[in-house]
Structures are given as C-alpha cells and as structure tokens.
Design a protein around this ligand. Sequence first.
Ligand code: ADP
Length: 401
Amino acid sequence: MKIMTLNSGSSSLKYSVWDMPARTQLCSGVAERVTIANGLIEHRVGGKVKIVTRRDFPTHEAAFTSIVELLTDDVSGVIDDMSEIRGVGHRVVHGGEGFARSVRIDDQVVKAIEEFCALAPLHNPANLAGIRAAMKLVPNAMHVAVFDTAFLSTLPPHVYIYGLPYEWYEKYRIRKYGFHGTSHLYVARRAAALLNRRPSDVNVITLHVGNGVSVTAVKKGLAYDHSMGFTPLEGAVMGTRCGDIDPAIVFRVMQKENLNPTQMEDILNKKSGLLGITGKYVDRRDIIQAAKAGDDRASLAIEIECHRLRKYIGAYSAAMGGVDAVAFTAGVGENSPLHRAKICENLEFLGIVLDHEKNESVLGGVEAEVSAARSRCKVFVIPTNEELIIAEDVKALLERG
Ligand code: ADP
C-alpha cells in the first residue's frame, strides 16, 4: 500500500511517499517559501533524481496542489493517481496531554489540535494548514495525526511537574511536554536493535542535536525524562534558543532594556543560544571554522554546548540507574565528530569510551557505532527517520480499519 507523510511548517511542506509494508521510500521532497514569494519544490525520486519546480505558493493548498502534480507526473511521478494513496500521516507538533498515540483525524481531532495552538503557536496552526489542504485534495485517504508529544506522554509526574504553584498545572496545563518525540522514538528503537536487545530490556539516551536540540532518557523502551519543556525553549543551548537559564534574568533584563513580553520571548527564541554567544553564527560549521581561526567566542560556544549535553548524559544515566547506549542524531549529531567527541569526554566512569578513528569517519547520514570495543555503554550515530515511524503508524491504523 502507498502511504504519504506530510510535515507542514509555517512556510514549508515536507512530504514523502512510501510503499508499505516493504518500507521503501518512493520519493520525498520539500516545498519551500510557502505563503512567501519565489516558492520552490525540491522533489527527489528514489533518493537520487532531483527535480526543482519554481512557482509562487500563496497558500499551503497551492503548494500541495503542485506536489500532487509532481507525484502523478510522467517524469517525476511515483503513482498514476492520488487515489492510490491509502493514507496520509501528518506530523503534529503538540498533542497536549490528550494523545498518547497516533489517531485518525476527524472533526474532534481537528478541534483538539486547534486548542493546542495556544501551547504551540508557531507549529500547530501550520500543521493544521497542511491537514486541511491534504484532506481536501486527497479526500478518500485515511488522514492520521502523528503527534511529536506522543512518545513523551510516558514522562512521569515527578518529571513533568514544575516547581511552581500546582494550580497553574490544573488551570493552564503548565508542565513539561517535550518535543522531537517521533525522532527520539525511532532512534531509541534502532539503538536497541543495534544492541541486539529488546527496547524493553535497555536504557538509552538519545541526543537530537540539530538547530533545535533535545535529549531523551528512554528507560526500558519508554520516555522517562526529556530536556525540552512546556515549550522547546527549555533544556540544551540551541542554535538561537537560550535553553535553561535562571528565570530571574528575564525580569532583570526586561526592566533594564525596557522590553515587553513579546520582545523578550523573541530574543530568547531567536537571538540567544549559539547566535547570542557568538554574536553572529548559528550554523555549527561556521562556529567550528571560526573557532579554528581563533574566534574565542566561537570556541566558548562549542564548549558551552558540549558541556551542557555531557551533563545531560550524566544526569539521565543517574535518573535511569544506568545506560546501555547513547545515540546521536540530526544535523550536528550525524555530521559533527568534533561535537560527539567533546560531548563524550570524561564519561569513562559511565563506561563510555569513543573510538576516535571511527568517530571521525562517520559523516553524512550513516548509521554506525562509534564507541571502542571496550566501551561498556555503546555510542551510536543513527540518522533519524521520522517519516518511517509516521508511515508505519498510518499502516497500522489502516489495517485496523
Ligand atoms: P533542524 O533542527 O533545523 O531540523 P538539522 O537537524 O537539519 O536542524 O541540523 C542543522 C544543524 O546541523 C546546523 O546547525 C548545521 O550546521 C549542522 N550541521 C550540518 N552538517 C554539519 C557538519 N558537517 N558539521 C557540523 N555541523 C553540521
């Protein structure tokens, strides 16, 4: 059966088509600059042939219409007709406390996603725009919402309740939710497979280190702790997000610089993190290059980022009572041996020993072990594959009927 996945952002629409149960990705692509002028779609068939279409997409529906043309075209197409698509899996960033697993989208689910817009104002409205476009243009397929928060729904209350007035949780649902859940689920499952063990038999720490950064403690197959919080702002230092800070800083600086809450939120989300520290760089490649050229703040940014992530490995090992594997994923996790080596420094006491030669050689989306043979805790690089998890969830719901 053919299944489509869709990840709809505010100005982008990522898609892929899968042949299931063979788990073969037939094509993938991304429409960019949606709702902005000069749109384009990069469409890849079988991971190789690349077709670029340039056109303006005033709406998500317009972008989806062009994607449908590419999917059914004689040259770029992988299907004859959209009726071949049996199910469409939609990535939804925030499912609140209500969704512990993927669900078929009906009016009630749409309403719930709308309600969670308040908790994820940057993401859920964009996810909904994609859902509405796809439901209109592929009306006969089953549409499924796959929530980024679902895998993290097993965090226990002593992890997700903040040290704040409890009524805020009761009134406003202020708690840790976590994000990137589908990526952490995929990576944790693969890590268990690489250990030749069942997920329920092992403890894994998964580090999703991209522009956004999150870490999950996966205890016996279930998410037990996680670095992001009520929003993705909490936790590690990220490309432009501050991560953990003393909340008192916020009030101090708002007063000093005469900032309103919206301006402050914008600075913490978009002008902090590695950009804030270096003053100019977000991309880790630029930061590494600048550090090599003698830029002290770039070197400091690398040290800060890696120090924080090393602490997460220590803290989560303690929280779980031991760790069998550490797994790196996403842009930096998959491509930067320097970050992996620095993060794993001084962790021998946990049985974590890198094979530096192997670590240096693993780049560009390759799955590999990078720990030394004597390392009690294995270290893996596992390219994330959220689309496969989404396609599998849709297939399971289709089979259930
Ligand atoms: P997003 O969170 O936007 O999905 P990605 O997972 O695509 O992010 O990761 C983007 C980050 O990956 C960027 O900061 C980029 O610099 C980093 N990256 C990509 N390739 C390399 C590399 N070879 N060395 C270091 N960092 C890299």
